[in-house]
Design a protein around this ligand. Structure first.
Ligand SMILES: NC(=O)c1ccc[n+]([C@@H]2O[C@H](COP(=O)([O-])OP(=O)(O)OC[C@H]3O[C@@H](n4cnc5c(N)ncnc54)[C@H](OP(=O)(O)O)[C@@H]3O)[C@@H](O)[C@H]2O)c1
Length: 282
């Protein structure tokens, strides 16, 4: 499980474990505390949560009950995409710290450039995003978060922060998997030294039955999930697979193999459009 200990380095010098554990749809409950303890037992140290996921309390409990030291963890949380003022950002951030039972996070993101329910709208929230970003910059300078970034930001949204903010984002967390690689925003982020985190890296299982994926996974003697996680790493993006099953958690982190150039090209040629072929709900 080398990849749980490998790291990427952010543009501020902070290191971040190269495979993170996704937590969406594992809601606050006793059962989810047990799931998060499993993830820590497996060896995940990079944990991706958000106020929107309604699981920060369970995650905080699992961490508190586990023997792992806080400074061995890399915890990401996110300000909800409908929050677009400075004051409310600070308020939700403080609630996140209280729920996680910690006094800092390692990465704090703007969850989306526009409220979730308006995400297909083209109306920009430039002013609001700058206000939220100013709050994140202040939290960063106060040492309450070790790094800051964004999620679901397009090139135009990133340019807004790059042109008007004080601090360059360290991360852009976007939907990224075999067949759906968002090349424009990836290239722009990389050119600006902004690390891409790949969310839904397994396409929520949606690409597992693709014939090319199956054939290459067979050839390399790995599961389609391992191939999907490894694919992100091969392209310099940081995968955040989610599983609530301990064996699958292990499988997703066991990616110490490489994808040969020919196979990688074949995977790159896949076009999987989740708009036409919606992802499974979980
Ligand atoms: N920033 C954002 O807007 C945003 C949006 C979406 C996601 N995310 C982050 O990215 C994380 C991952 O994305 P995701 O949860 O959408 O989907 P995902 O990680 O692509 O897929 C999760 C699904 O795959 C199944 N699975 C996991 N490992 C498997 C394996 N080895 N074999 C077979 N099936 C497997 C899981 O089921 P089991 O749990 O039963 O194993 C679950 O149904 C989220 O949890 C969240 O942290 C961020």
């Amino acid at each position: 499980m080398r990849y749980l200990n490998e790291t990427f380095t952010l543009n501020n010098g902070v290191t971040i474990p190269a495979v993170g554990y996704g937590t969406w749809r594992i809601y606050n409950a006793d059962a989810s505390v047990a799931v998060f303890k499993d993830a820590l037992d497996v060896g995940y140290r990079h944990l991706d949560t958000a106020a929107f996921y309604e699981n920060e309390k369970s995650l905080g409990e699992a961490i508190e009950a586990h023997e792992v030291d806080r400074d061995a963890l890399f915890i990401t949380s996110k300000v909800p995409s409908n929050v677009k003022t400075y004051e409310e950002t600070i308020e939700v951030f403080n609630q996140t710290l209280a729920d996680l039972k910690t006094d800092y996070v390692d990465l704090y993101l703007i969850h989306g450039p526009a409220p979730r329910e308006e995400r297909h709208d083209t109306r920009p929230y430039d002013q609001g995003n700058l206000e939220v970003w100013r709050a994140l910059e202040d939290l960063y300078e106060q040492g309450k978060t070790r790094s800051i970034g964004v999620s679901n930001f397009a090139v135009r949204d990133l340019k807004n922060l790059l042109n008007h903010g004080r601090i360059k984002p360290m991360v852009n967390q976007i939907r990224y998997f075999i067949g759906f690689t968002q090349d424009e925003i990836v290239a722009f982020s990389k050119a600006n030294d902004i690390l891409i985190q790949a969310y839904s890296p397994l396409a929520r299982t949606g690409i597992f039955e693709h014939p090319t994926v199956k054939q290459i996974a067979n050839k390399l003697d790995v599961t389609p999930a391992q191939l999907a996680v490894r694919y992100c790493l091969e392209h310099g993006t940081l995968p955040l697979p989610k599983s609530q099953n301990k064996d699958r958690m292990k499988n997703n982190a066991d990616v110490d193999f490489s994808i040969d150039v020919v196979s990688l090209k074949a995977l790159d040629a896949i076009d999987f459009d989740p708009a036409k072929d919606p992802l499974p709900k979980k």
